[in-house]
Ligand binder design. Structure first.
Ligand code: PBG
Length: 328
């Protein structure tokens, strides 16, 4: 044979040919925008390690969410940042807590035209910054924490959250929350479980945003070791058995193997959380002129979808939506 048998470049020759054989498309429907709402401030406060992101007031939260929805993104993951903290994190389940007010504000704005999701955890609410309550040895007490998670789930459902997203990595958290929601007449509430969540350095900027850095120790007693993948699959299967409707892998890009395995082996909708540190890396490099922000973001988000994610939580959502639309 005088010529190569395979000529893959034939299909790459023109934009129209490339579009014809493109396997993965980013769509605004697949994006979820995380938003922070802080109690006791009059003006939105910029988060320095996450350029373009803010701690919002209720009013600025509403306004920003409307703009994001106009850009085409109709799902929001809410984080509350309370003015006062205690050892238990009791503001997390207060009916007047900032998290509940944020949920109610967006439900009031959108009704069922957007999906209002609420992170369920204690780290923003406890004075020690851990994701659960502590025992007398200063360790996070799993089962005592589950009792608090039940109260938070109920408060969030009552405030109007469509989706409740437990992120504390306590054993049995999905079953506990599902049981409480069923008993209280909230059988329709969707649970999106942070199922494979790693003890990652890439949450650094989030801790400024949510003011939830642990005052001592770290989270490796409950979050996963980045070296383990089979363990993630056990976590994902357990959460599905306990009643999760959507499972999440977090962070996203370093753990795309798990996004892929989760989708392939379970068929359950899988979300990937492109976290604060992943966002900050792109923003910092772009600010220095080292990366083209638009191309980098669209490549990263497309790759997360290609690996198998049905949906992506990303702080780039608003910009990405505008770019996706402009690209037609
Ligand atoms: C816990 C929670 C964290 C994030 C989401 N939920 C922080 C942590 O586990 O330490 C991180 C999100 C991000 O980095 O963007 N409530």
């Amino acid at each position: 044979m005088a010529f190569p048998e395979h000529r893959p470049r034939r299909l790459r020759r023109t934009p129209a040919l490339r579009a014809l054989v493109r396997e993965t498309r980013l769509h605004t429907d697949d994006l979820i925008m995380p938003l922070f709402c802080k109690e006791g401030i009059d003006e939105p406060a910029a988060i320095s390690s996450m350029p373009g992101q803010f701690q919002h007031t209720i009013e600025s939260l509403r306004k920003e969410a409307v703009e994001i929805a106009e850009a085409g993104v109709r799902a929001f993951m809410l984080f509350g940042v309370p003015a006062t903290k205690d050892a238990e994190g009791s503001e997390a389940w207060s009916a007047n807590g900032v998290g509940q007010k944020a949920i109610a504000a967006l439900r009031g704005e959108f009704g069922d035209d957007a999906v209002v999701m609420s992170d369920l955890c204690l780290d923003e609410y406890t004075d020690h910054g851990h994701c659960g309550v502590l025992n007398d040895r200063n360790e996070v007490d799993n089962d005592a924490t589950l009792e608090r998670y039940r109260r938070i789930a109920l408060a969030q459902a009552e405030a109007g959250a469509h989706v409740i997203a437990p992120s504390g990595m306590m054993d049995g958290q999905v079953a506990a929350i599902r049981g409480t929601l069923e008993e209280a007449g909230h059988a329709d509430a969707v649970i999106m479980a942070y199922a494979a969540k790693f003890a990652s350095a890439l949450y650094g900027p989030f801790r400024e945003a949510a003011e939830g850095a642990p005052r001592f120790g770290d989270r490796s007693g409950y979050q996963q070791d980045p070296a383990n993948a089979d363990e993630s699959m056990r976590e994902i299967r357990a959460d599905i058995d306990e009643g999760a409707d959507i499972v999440m892998v977090k962070p996203a890009v370093p753990y795309l193997d798990l996004v892929h395995r989760s989708k392939r082996d379970t068929g359950v909708p899988v979300a990937a959380y492109h976290v604060s540190g992943e966002y900050a890396m792109v923003k910092a490099a772009a600010a220095n002129g080292w990366l083209d922000e638009r191309r980098s973001v669209l490549e990263i988000l497309t790759s997360i979808r290609r690996a198998g994610a049905d949906m992506i939580l990303t702080y780039h959502a608003k910009d990405a939506a505008a770019w996706v639309r402009a690209d037609g």
